[in-house]
Ligand binder design. Structure first.
Ligand code: GLC
Length: 443
């Protein structure tokens, strides 16, 4: 499937590219964190492609260390979506001017470990990687507390998560006001320090900072430069000092210059479980009070992206909103190894087995209903293959069938969206009818 989603070639100026589209035709470009996840999976089957995917991502960046959220290589942004992409102008951009959860150094290290056939890979881009993480520290941490900020909700990759509703309000990613959020960033030329000085809608996001810290650790190992380890520890300490809520036993994102806690329980509140420095006492609370609580995150399928106890939790499909409840594979990929590390192997096995069942029944979908296991949204979705990384080593040299490029069709997309919309509507009507019947029942 990854081979079918692979695109390579050269753009007009001769720059080569090679990357995996997340899911054509819906997602045809290169997305930053998708590419990192794809490379992590590719390294098991075809390390050369894993390397090319990361090199291409790096090539999409600027000389000052900025790397875009989305890069448009072979295919420009469609006219319908172009105004909503965070680009400098509506047309004619090679990439967006905003970021996505920065796990490139982490992915680079994981791919380098599988690159015995190209030993130079580990060190060939150290300067560029340093520049990237230095750019993030310089431009995205204006208050110097060790936590980097996002200025648009989709910069975390969790576009419509209910945790952002309070801060972005009418400019949320799924509302028409998002257009204004993009437009006002354009007017300030995406100067993130200027944007944060002028507007209060910015978030020190827990998930983003967990991946940032893990990547700084990877960069310290790749470069041998202890300064990056110190930066990672600082970020990790800041997460505990500023984001940890002792009463609720969860981590909260912090919004605006006042650091207002966004108290909505999403998988991002559990993400610090992946940090090697997390005190066991905190880990045990996250796991026992939340991850393994059947009212919160212990769902029949995968790990839900929002606690099932949140009023905003929605298990099913929605045309304009994602990350409001369904289980995604990268959630399990981040949290399952932590469960094992803290001694919950049986629960880890149970979650992985449920993810295997999801893929066997529905294929690699963009996300799944955590309650009934229905496969939802895009088909042939790249990073859902992270399940393979979770299953452990495949031994490297698997003979892969060669796949011709998968293109998909608009008609197929519309049909699958129609089916999902119909089943979601039926479910809601049934729920309503059942509730009405309960009300009518005597006594
Ligand atoms: C959706 C997801 C985002 C992902 C993108 C491409 O927008 O929310 O995380 O990067 O699709 O797959």
């Amino acid at each position: 499937m990854l081979a079918g989603n692979w695109r390579e070639g050269r753009i007009a100026d001769g720059t080569p590219y090679g990357f995996t589209c997340p899911a054509p035709p819906r997602y045809r470009h290169q997305w930053y964190w998708d590419s990192c996840f794809h490379a992590i999976v590719w390294r098991h089957f075809d390390p050369a492609r894993a390397r090319e995917e990361l090199r291409t991502l790096m090539r999409g960046g600027r000389l000052d260390g900025f790397i875009p959220h989305t890069v448009f290589w072979h295919d420009g942004a469609g006219w319908r979506r172009a105004p909503f992409y965070a680009t400098h102008s509506v047309r004619g951009n090679r990439g967006t001017a905003h970021i996505q959860t920065p796990l490139l150094a982490l992915a680079w290290e994981l791919v380098a470990e599988r690159s015995a056939d190209d030993p130079g890979f580990a060190s060939e881009a150290l300067d560029a990687l340093r520049l990237h993480y230095d750019w993030l520290g310089r431009h995205r941490d204006p208050d110097g507390d060790g936590l980097i900020s996002i200025i648009h909700p989709d910069e975390s990759g969790l576009d419509d998560s209910p945790k952002y509703d309070e801060v972005f309000g009418w400019m949320s990613h799924y509302l028409p006001g998002y257009f204004w959020l993009v437009e006002r960033s354009r007017r300030l030329r995406y100067d993130s320090r200027a944007i944060m000085a002028r507007y209060e809608e910015h978030v020190e996001d827990v998930l983003v900072n967990v991946f940032y810290a893990l990547s700084l650790r990877a960069l310290a190992r790749l470069t041998g430069d202890e300064a990056y380890r110190a930066r990672a520890l600082r970020t990790e300490q800041a997460l505990i000092e500023l984001c940890w809520d002792e009463d609720r036993g969860l981590f909260w994102d912090l919004a605006g210059s006042e650091h207002t806690a966004l108290r909505v329980s999403t998988w991002s509140s559990l993400a610090p479980l992946a940090l090697p420095s997390l005190p066991e006492r905190i880990a045990t609370r996250l796991i026992e009070e939340h991850l393994l609580d059947p009212r919160r995150y212990r769902a029949p399928y995968g790990i839900p992206s929002v606690s099932m106890a949140e009023p905003s939790f929605q298990a099913g499909w929605h045309l304009f909103r994602c990350w409001r409840g369904p289980s995604w594979m990268n959630t399990a990929w981040l949290l399952v190894p932590a469960l094992r590390r803290f001694g919950y192997g049986d629960e880890a096995d149970r979650i992985v087995a449920s993810c295997v069942a999801l893929v066997e029944r529905h294929g690699f979908r963009e996300y799944y209903n955590p309650l009934n296991g229905e496969g939802l949204a895009a088909r042939r979705f790249g990073w859902s293959t992270l399940l393979i990384d979770l299953l452990g080593d495949t031994g490297g040299a698997l003979a892969l069938p060669s796949e011709s490029p998968f293109v998909g069709s608009l008609r197929g997309e519309l049909r699958s969206m129609g089916v999902e919309a119909a089943s979601e509507t039926a479910r809601r009507l049934n729920r309503r009818a059942a509730a009405a019947a309960r009300r009518l029942r005597p006594g």
